[in-house]
Design a binder for this molecule. Structure first.
Ligand SMILES: Cc1cc2nc3c(=O)[nH]c(=O)nc-3n(C[C@H](O)[C@H](O)[C@H](O)COP(=O)(O)OP(=O)(O)OC[C@H]3O[C@@H](n4cnc5c(N)ncnc54)[C@H](O)[C@@H]3O)c2cc1C
Length: 238
């Protein structure tokens, strides 16, 4: 490992480069980070120009109090960068979190790969009867299988049409108009801890779409391992 004078988190170091897989072709990987639990405590101590009490326990208490009191700016001192492969319909929700920075695959520049999302048979859901945005229960197995087959066949046909358009000379930027929102895209996504915790509060909530919850859950487990005091403070005052 390279020598570094930067504060590092042992937990985060272990997470770097691990690729978590989910759904059909989804992936989440922590590719870089800046700052540790103690970066937040140190930043907060700047307020009162005192550096004593730097024990781990003092940091833990301070971080808990900061989050509880919504003294959130010290949490912006920590930054995480993920590589995320996600279907476009999840990306459309993900990209609404404007405080993150991102760079995405360009299907103008390169051909879209044949990677499409389809739900597993046990995860095809009915429309909720009580909430217009949400799913309800799982569909019966035979209907779920039928739905899955329809989705997969549609994905296949859309890709064949895309390929046909490319073959007859249509540009990549125009041929892609036939691709469904189940097509996968990939981003590098960088966000500070304050706004990542805000993302969790919205996207781990039960009214968030289950597919984006699955992505949020993986990122939350990475935060839990790399920044345990922050996770503890966040969990204590949700
Ligand atoms: C369950 C659910 C359902 C949703 N349904 C819809 C929907 O039907 N249609 C739809 O379009 N969107 C929908 N959204 C997206 C939602 O409206 C938000 O855009 C998204 O959740 C991002 O939240 P945010 O703005 O707080 O986050 P971020 O964009 O990350 O912003 C973080 C915080 O920064 C501040 N901020 C950022 N930008 C501004 C600004 N321009 N002005 C003032 N303060 C700012 C705010 O305090 C904000 O909370 C839904 C989200 C959820 C979780």
């Amino acid at each position: 490992m390279n020598e570094t004078a930067r504060p590092i988190s042992d937990g985060a170091e272990k997470e770097l480069g691990l690729v978590y897989k989910l759904h059909t072709h989804g992936e989440v990987e922590l590719v870089d980070y800046l700052g540790t639990d103690s970066s937040i405590a140190s930043a907060a101590r700047t307020s009162y120009q005192k550096s004593e009490g730097k024990t781990e326990e003092a940091d833990r208490k301070l971080i808990k109090r900061l989050w509880h009191d919504r003294h959130t700016s010290p949490f912006e001192m920590v930054n995480l960068t993920f590589r995320i492969r996600l279907p476009i319909f999840v990306m459309r929700q993900h990209v609404r979190h404007r405080t993150a920075s991102l760079n995405e695959w360009s299907f103008r520049y390169t051909k879209c790969p044949e990677l499409f999302y389809a739900p597993s048979e046990d995860n095809v859901r009915t429309q909720s009867a009580t909430n217009k945005q949400m799913s309800g229960d799982a569909l019966p197995a035979d209907t779920a299988l039928k739905a899955k087959n329809i989705i997969e066949a549609t994905n296949k046909k859309a890709y064949a049409t895309y390929q046909e358009l490319l073959d007859i000379g249509v540009s990549r930027e125009q041929a892609r108009v036939v691709l469904p929102v189940s097509a996968y895209t990939q981003i590098v996504w960088s966000i500070d801890m304050r706004n990542l915790l805000h993302y969790f509060s919205l996207r781990l909530a039960e009214d968030a779409q289950p597919e984006i919850q699955d992505y949020a859950r993986i990122m939350a487990s990475i935060v839990q391992k790399g920044w345990p005091m922050i996770w503890e403070a966040y969990s204590a005052s949700k």
